[in-house]
Design a protein around this ligand. Structure first.
Ligand code: ZN
Length: 188
């Protein structure tokens, strides 16, 4: 498959807290070199980042399911330093700003769709963290909201697996709803 004008790479939540911080996903660091290879291949790239206030409703202290993570302005909220993100030229969209609402999908940020229109995007390639939460929610929203094809880069995602099969189940759901699969070696 050849990468074409109008193809966009979306890198979901490759942030310190999800790799080595308060909500570290097992072996998540292994996908960073793969994602960097995708970054080299694509001209159009959008990064998403989870970004919460200190007392966000998804945190355990507030009765939510997760330890405190990606608090605005903290190291944990920063994109991982090994990720080839250029803060002066690359696009980043933030989600999770609504204190009372979980924000798994990168499409909760309206600007994401605007950027896709701006790129005249025809195909969207999604990778990042985590397969069973933010990647899944983003892919499912993309299938509803984005009018082109949606690909999951299955060699550049990792699951939390609160239950052993969560990642597998999430993949099945994404593919059942119409997402397509791609891997690095297939893309030129
Ligand atoms: Zn969050």
């Amino acid at each position: 498959m050849k990468i074409q004008k109008g193809d966009v790479l979306l890198i979901v939540d490759v942030q310190n807290d999800f790799i080595s911080g308060s909500l570290a996903i097992p072996k998540a660091e292994r996908i960073i070199p793969v994602i960097n290879k995708y970054i080299d291949k694509f001209e159009n790239k959008i990064f998403s980042a989870d970004d919460h206030l200190v007392n966000h409703s998804s945190f355990v202290e507030q009765g939510g399911p997760w330890p405190s993570h990606c608090v605005s302005g903290s190291i944990g909220a920063e994109l991982h330093p090994d990720l080839n993100f250029n803060s002066t030229t690359d696009i980043i969209v933030y989600k999770g700003g609504n204190k009372n609402k979980d924000a798994y999908s990168a499409f909760e940020t309206r600007s994401l769709l605007q950027y896709l229109y701006g790129f005249k995007a025809k195909r969207l390639f999604i990778c990042g963290l985590a397969t069973d939460y933010c990647v899944k929610a983003t892919v499912l929203d993309a299938l509803n909201l984005f009018e082109g094809e949606v690909f999951v880069l299955i060699d550049a995602i990792k699951a939390v697996n609160v239950n052993l099969d969560d990642g597998k189940t999430a993949m099945q759901e994404m593919f059942d709803k119409g997402a397509k699969i791609a891997i690095l070696d297939e893309l030129q």
